[in-house]
Structure formats: structure tokens, C-alpha cells
Design a protein around this ligand. Structure first.
Ligand code: PLP
Length: 410
């Protein structure tokens, strides 16, 4: 959705320079068309399976983004009571919401049960017992799925690889049958499904397909054991293009899943996060200073690791471009923020034709950008804007100084 006209970058039909001018920087900007297209790509690829697509709210939980997906019938994958509250506040349907995560508290489980969520993706035996007990006290049956660790190597960054034996996530493949038997023995649980999520920013479909095979095989084993499941949930994890990555083929993945499921009476759920929002957003930031260092030069900008943590956290690469092309000599420099940490960079060794006052676009910032933002260094969080053609709407106002201490007592 990013295009260039007359040396200026546009998101849809809106010049980024106009947005920076109107709303200030740092500023997150999202394309509604890009959100819609990304969801439609899943719908198209998986059309034959009619899956319940549960957007992973943690990638970007802005209410307007959730509402946009909810209006298109999307479900949600949540990992906290706060995310459930966001989904409900945005008009999302509890009956299309599934609850993942290793540490669900009693209060969160009760909230989810009272709200009538679709399913708990359970990650351990003690969690099964806890949900059973709370469901009993509420006189309901809790719909559950077990997150099984298929033990496939997702070939991604170790911090975002979750399907290996060493991971804190899920239940070991070899322990699955025993865990399901235990679940089936608990009176207040309704055992419905099986789920997995092997990692994030996956660029190959082979591990996803392998995980699907192993999960469906387990569903067969369970059916023979008298535990008939009604759905499988293959998680999220499809990668996006940050730089020059070759993208996984969604249609090939969908076709493989369809072939594996075959005639089994299993419905499909998916939990995409990054691939629905990542390339729909950019972070606009203004250059404060060009600092010539002894060994290195720096482009010091007004966005920092508190606004976009991925570079500092995962050494993630985000393309950075000036929003207006200039005929000046480029410099090679690290693009850094004002935060007092050496790890506070948005990009390293970038060649940019920029001067102080120019605005840069940090690309592919729609996922795990605003949702991971903090107030570190007492920096008010950035505003967020949704673009639809030439229309723009503020979907989160910039935080004020008072917001910084709104919860504190002096
Ligand atoms: C983070 C997460 C997702 C979404 O992952 P993406 O890589 O953003 O698609 C889906 N399911 C679970 C359980 C997760 O933890």
C-alpha cells in the first residue's frame, strides 16, 4: 500500500508528509486496505476449509483494528484478560475468541468463562485442573483444546521459536495421550480440539506442514481412544517481508493442510498475527540531529526502542526510508532514538539521504510495534492513525504528560 509519487511516499492515497504534519511524530500509520487484503488472502487460500481465523491480538490490539477484523467475521486469539476485554470493547464475538497462553490466572479464566469464549488453548495439566475447578464452581463446562508441542524446528529466531522440546509452551507430544485422558476424565471440561503454534516469522511452510501432520495424527490416535475432537488449530506464525525474504506460499500451505485433513470431520482454526497487520503499518519519525561520531555517524530520531522494540529485542530488521526523496549526499549511519540504552536503535549502517527535520518511515511496523510500546524514559506513547484512501482517522491519541503518571500517587 506504500507507493511513491513525485518523490513523496503515500500510504493508499494519503501523503505521509501530511500525516506527520497533522498528527506529529512519532506516529504509527496503518492502511485499512492492507489489513483487509491480508485477511482476504487467508480467506482465499483456505476457502475450501472455511477456517475460523482468530487474529492474534497481541500483534496489534488497537480497538479500531480489532473492530475492522470483527466486522469481517474474524475471530480472535487472546493471551490475557486484558486482550479479551479489548476484543469485547471493540465489538468482537466471544464465541469466536480462543484463549492461549501458559499463565492464565483464576480471574482471567473466570472472566473468559463468563464471557462465553469459544475455547481455551490449555498449555499444562495444572491449568486443566484449574479450569475444571472454576468451570465447576460456575456450573458450566469449559471448552478446551490442548496445545501440543509437535517438536518441529521452525527455523526462526530462537526467541520466537516455540515448537521445540525446550520451549515453555505447550504439552510434550509424547505426553499428549495421557493429558487428553486426564482432560476427558474431568467433569467440567468439554474436550474439543487440539492446537499448536510452532513459532513466528516462519518463511518455510515445511515445518508448518510437518506440525499439521503430527497434530492430525494425534487426533486420529485420540479418536481411536474414544476422544473425538471437532477442531484442529494450527496457530499462526506465517512470516512477512521485512527486507528481501521470500514469502511462504499460503496457498501451498492451505492445500497441504486440506490434503492432510482429508475427509476427517475436523474443522480448522488459524491464529495469524503478524501476517495480518505487519506490513499494513509504518512508524513515522522525525530526524532530530545528525551526529558525526568518531567511529560512526548517527541519525538521531524522535522514535525509540520504547516505540518499536523489535530491533533492540530481536535484532529485527526494519527498512527505513525518508518519506520525501532529496537530492543530497547520502550518509551511512545508525538510526537511533533518544533512550538511554546502547541497544536503542531502529536500524544500523543505513545509507540515507537525510538532514535534521526530515521524516523517516520505518516500514513493516504494524505488528509487535505499538503493542509492545512502553513509557520507558518517561516517553509518552505515540499516536496511531488509520488511513482509508484519502481519509485518515486518529485511532489512538498521543499520550500526554499527565497520562505518564495517571496511575501513580505522589
Ligand atoms: C503469538 C502467537 C500467535 C501469532 O503469531 P504470529 O507469528 O504473529 O502469526 C498465534 N498463536 C499463539 C499461541 C501465539 O502465541
Amino acid at each position: 500500500m506504500l507507493t511513491e509519487h513525485t518523490q513523496e511516499l503515500y500510504l493508499e492515497k494519503t501523503a505521509l508528509s501530511a500525516l506527520a504534519q497533522r498528527y506529529g511524530t512519532p506516529l504509527y500509520v496503518y492502511s485499512q486496505q492492507a489489513l483487509d487484503n491480508a485477511l482476504a488472502a487467508y480467506r482465499t487460500a483456505f476457502a475450501a476449509l472455511n477456517p475460523l481465523i482468530c487474529y492474534a491480538v497481541k500483534a496489534n490490539g488497537n480497538l479500531s483494528i480489532l473492530r475492522r477484523f470483527a466486522e469481517q467475521g474474524c475471530g480472535f486469539d487472546i493471551v490475557s484478560g486484558g486482550e479479551l476485554a479489548r476484543v469485547l470493547q471493540a465489538g468482537g464475538a466471544a464465541e469466536r475468541t480462543i484463549f492461549s497462553g501458559v499463565g492464565k490466572s483464576r480471574a482471567e479464566i473466570e472472566f473468559a468463562l463468563r464471557s462465553g469464549i469459544r475455547c481455551f488453548n490449555v498449555e499444562s495439566l495444572p491449568e486443566l485442573d484449574r479450569i475444571n475447578q472454576i468451570a465447576g464452581s460456575l456450573k458450566v463446562r469449559a471448552p478446551i483444546s490442548l496445545r501440543i508441542n509437535p517438536d518441529v524446528d521452525a527455523h526462526t529466531h530462537p526467541y520466537i521459536s516455540t515448537g521445540l522440546k525446550e520451549s515453555k509452551f505447550g504439552i510434550a507430544y509424547d505426553d499428549a495421550l495421557a493429558a487428553y485422558r486426564h482432560a476427558a476424565s474431568l467433569p467440567h471440561l468439554d474436550v474439543q480440539g487440539i492446537d499448536c503454534h510452532i513459532g513466528s516469522q516462519l518463511l518455510e511452510i515445511a515445518p508448518l506442514i510437518e506440525a499439521c501432520e503430527r497434530i492430525v495424527h494425534l487426533a486420529d490416535v485420540l479418536a481411536q481412544d474414544g476422544i473425538a475432537l471437532s477442531h484442529i488449530d494450527l496457530g499462526g506464525g506465517i512470516g512477512i517481508r521485512y527486507r528481501d525474504e521470500t514469502l511462504p506460499d499460503l496457498q501451498a500451505y492451505a492445500d497441504a493442510v486440506q490434503a492432510i485433513i482429508g475427509e476427517r470431520p475436523l474443522s480448522l482454526m488459524l491464529e495469524p498475527g503478524r501476517s495480518l497487520v505487519g506490513n499494513a503499518g509504518v512508524l513515522l519519525t522525525q530526524v532530530e540531529y545528525i551526529k558525526r561520531g568518531e567511529a560512526k555517524d548517527f541519525v538521531i530520531v524522535d522514535a525509540a526502542m520504547n516505540d518499536l522494540m523489535r530491533p533492540a529485542l530481536y535484532q529485527a530488521y526494519h527498512e527505513i526510508v525518508p518519506i520525501r526523496r532529496k537530492d543530497i549526499a547520502p550518509i551511512t549511519a545508525d538510526v537511533v532514538g533518544p533512550v538511554c540504552e546502547s541497544g536503542d536503535f531502529l536500524g544500523q549502517d543505513r545509507t540515507l539521504a537525510v538532514e535534521a527535520g526530515d521524516v523517516l518511515a520505518v516500514k513493516s511496523a504494524g505488528a509487535y510495534g505499538a503493542s509492545m510500546a512502553s513509557n520507558y524514559n518517561a516517553r509518552p506513547r505515540a499516536a496511531e492513525v488509520l488511513v482509508d484512501g484519502e481519509n485518515t482517522r486518529l485511532i489512538r491519541r498521543r499520550e500526554s504528560m499527565e497520562d505518564l503518571w495517571a496511575c501513580e500517587m505522589a
